[in-house]
Design a protein around this ligand. Structure first.
Ligand code: SF4
Length: 243
């Protein structure tokens, strides 16, 4: 426990990092909890961040949300504004979005506040042990898997958060696009329009939906013709950001 105390946690708003913070907080850990807001986070994620911030405040802990002031130059735009302005989509291979809107703001915050970014604790669960093995991962150290994370959160009296990430993320599964289409049609429309803007610039079809075969407008037409189903696999999908 002592090796963790006082060290900052990189918070992502999802199941694993919430469980990590809850577990440490209940053990008496006291350190900064830092979340970098891309400006394209799912609305439900931002609602959860606010709720969790209240839970933490009751325990004398503070959740710091990093906004544009921690980004540089043209990246001070929100991720969605940037993508629309430059007619680009987040690219799964390069992950420039993760780097510029997540990792670099967290590193700048650490450096400005006297922490080594390499000392950040991250919420990787035991079933993702292969990820970021160079980092300190208290959940992996203790063998806590995704179900264990959910239990920690529920036992603390908190709701289990949805999968975190951006609503324009190309790593999203079918069910998340379906949810976006149903719950936030305005955001789905904006994502579909972004795909078109990017296609215009590139001179070929751009795809936010994985696989590169279906456009979001085609996907929407399919959703409207389908019976909706909850895809439980999503529960086991961590955020794909390498933060
Ligand atoms: S959640 Fe997806 S779109 Fe958002 S920063 Fe991470 S990889 Fe990029």
């Amino acid at each position: 426990m002592h090796e963790y105390n006082g060290r900052p946690v990189s918070y992502g708003g999802g199941v694993n990092s919430t469980a990590l913070v809850v577990m440490l907080a209940l053990e008496g850990w006291h350190g900064p909890i830092v979340f970098s807001d891309t400006g394209a986070e799912w609305p439900e994620t931002m609602e959860y961040v606010a709720l969790f911030g209240e839970w933490l405040a009751e325990r004398g802990l503070e959740l710091t949300v990093l906004g544009p002031e921690w980004r540089r130059g043209k990246e001070q735009m929100t991720l969605i504004d940037y993508c629309e302005h430059y007619q680009v989509t987040p690219f799964p291979g390069a992950r420039w979005c993760t780097s510029k809107w997540k990792v670099e703001p967290l590193h700048r915050w650490c450096e400005a506040n006297g922490y080594d970014p390499d000392d950040m604790l991250i919420g990787i669960s035991a079933d993702e042990w292969h990820r970021q093995q160079d980092k300190d991962r208290p959940l992996v150290d203790r063998g806590i898997d995704r179900d264990g994370c959910a239990r920690i959160i529920v036992e603390a009296g908190l709701p289990v958060p949805r999968k975190s990430g951006c609503w324009i993320c190309p790593f999203q599964r079918d069910s998340m696009w379906r949810e976006l289409h149903r719950m936030h049609p305005d955001l789905f429309e904006r994502a579909a329009r972004l795909e078109e803007l990017s296609s215009e610039r590139r001179g070929e079809q751009a795809h936010l939906y994985p696989g590169g075969e279906v456009t979001l407008r085609q996907l929407a037409a399919g959703f409207e013709a389908q019976t909706e189903m909850w895809d439980w696999l999503d529960y086991y999908q961590p955020c794909m950001c390498r933060v």
